[in-house]
Design a binder for this molecule. Structure first.
Ligand SMILES: Cc1ncc(C[n+]2csc(CCOP(=O)(O)OP(=O)(O)O)c2C)c(N)n1
Length: 384
């Protein structure tokens, strides 16, 4: 196993003191170490992996020293455009080191949304002509491999990558959470209230523990999971929901989003606001962090979602931070149709024994499409 502190020291000795990225559970020990040892201008938690590549580019332009970009391999898709059209040696030639969490490694059990990504990841890096080395807990020669990729990034004036296998990093002490604990709701308790009130509507939930909890709640209630669980494609649940809402104006569509996911593709808010279908309810479960992958903070603590929703063109913004304000907001949504952003401030945290969806994404899609076909007309229901 690699001690994250030794890893960070090796990079620092080679002149890398800048990290930008989006957290991944495989890299959470590294992220803890970075948060502990670097200030906020040298360890950045970004909106998405593409902007992380751009930030490392800006850092290089300003300092002449390469930065590092950390990400889950799911983020490679977000990163590819700036990797190929900005940092590539044939374009601006920006040296940087990518640190990529290897989800879905062939032969290792993982969730369905990671399997294809894991299988094609090395081929993607090959196709992008990005040299890489794979590091695991068995990589005793890791100092040589790290040095090789660092030297090569400089030599080729472009990105190189370290692919990090599961269990590669030793644990690093857990940092005390700087997050406010003011809300009376956990995500799971908020979801229970939402599903109790609006559980018969069309529901699209976001990536991470939110979808796992939705699945569990339905199971506890002995109900089949009829909700579209966006297990991958972080940040796109709201656009999936918009696509449905526009086609099915007589059905209420609820998107259950996270603050990290919303920020990842925040531009989608402008498109939702432009169309503002009255049957669309965008619920943001805001815990100010990427709770599903280790609790690394998002910038949402400083983001005024009310102003943002209004600026984007959502006709209605509602807020809740305890069971009764949530009940009231949901009742308002139920009674009056209007495209809404409902911000629910939640306390970070989840159950240790949280399960994972047992149905496949394809089965989930079938169930959901079946439900769309037979869901009752929400507007009629409301007016009855
Ligand atoms: C493109 C991409 N980057 C990173 C990840 C890893 N990832 C999964 S869930 C998650 C955190 C989501 O945070 P948020 O939306 O705030 O929800 P929370 O976990 O706090 O409920 C991350 C970073 C991913 N799945 N896809």
């Amino acid at each position: 196993m690699i001690d994250p502190q030794i890893f960070v020291k090796m990079l620092s000795d080679s002149g890398i003191n800048f990290y930008a990225g989006v957290p991944d559970s495989l890299l959470s020990e590294l992220c803890n170490c970075l948060a502990d040892n670097l200030d906020e201008t040298h360890y950045l938690i970004c909106a998405n992996e593409g902007s992380s590549i751009a930030l490392a580019t800006g850092h290089y332009l300003a300092t002449g020293t390469p930065g590092a970009v950390y990400m889950q391999n799911s983020g490679l898709g977000n990163a590819l455009n700036p990797l190929l059209s900005l940092a590539d040696p044939e374009v601006y030639a920006i040296p940087m080191l990518l640190i990529i969490g290897f989800r879905g490694e062939p032969g290792i059990k993982d969730e369905p949304q990671h399997l294809k990504q894991g299988r094609v990841q090395n081929a993607l890096l090959d196709a992008a002509e990005i040299p890489y080395r794979v590091l695991g807990k068995e990589s005793l020669d890791y100092p040589l491999l790290i040095q090789e990729m660092l030297d090569l990034a400089i030599l080729r004036s472009g990105p190189t990558a370290l692919v990090i296998r599961k269990g590669c990093f030793q644990s690093y002490r857990i940092l005390p959470s700087p997050l406010p604990q003011s809300s009376a709701l956990l995500r799971e308790s908020a979801l229970k209230i939402i599903l109790d009130r609006l559980g018969k509507e069309l529901i699209i939930s976001t990536t991470g523990k939110c979808s796992r909890e939705v699945f569990e709640i339905r199971r506890q209630q002995a109900l089949p999971c009829r909700d579209f669980l966006t297990v991958g494609s972080m940040g796109h649940a709201s656009s999936i929901a918009l696509g449905i809402a526009l086609e099915k104006p007589d059905k209420r569509v609820i998107c259950l989003d996270g603050d990290g996911a919303l920020i990842m593709h925040m531009g989608s808010l402008a498109v939702i606001g432009k169309h503002h279908p009255p049957n669309f309810i965008h619920i943001v479960l805001n815990n100010h962090c990427h709770e599903s992958v280790g609790g690394q903070p998002t910038p949402s603590e400083l983001l005024d979602l009310k102003l943002l929703a209004q600026a984007a063109g959502y006709p209605r913004y509602l807020f809740a931070d305890d069971p009764s304000s949530l009940e009231t907001a949901l009742e308002e949504c139920r009674q009056h149709f209007a495209c809404t952003l409902l911000e629910v401030l939640i306390h970070p945290g989840s159950r240790e024994d949280l399960g994972r969806p047992s149905s496949s994404p394809r089965d989930n899609k079938q169930e959901f499409m079946h439900l769309i076909g037979k869901a009752k007309n929400s507007i009629e229901k409301c007016n009855q």
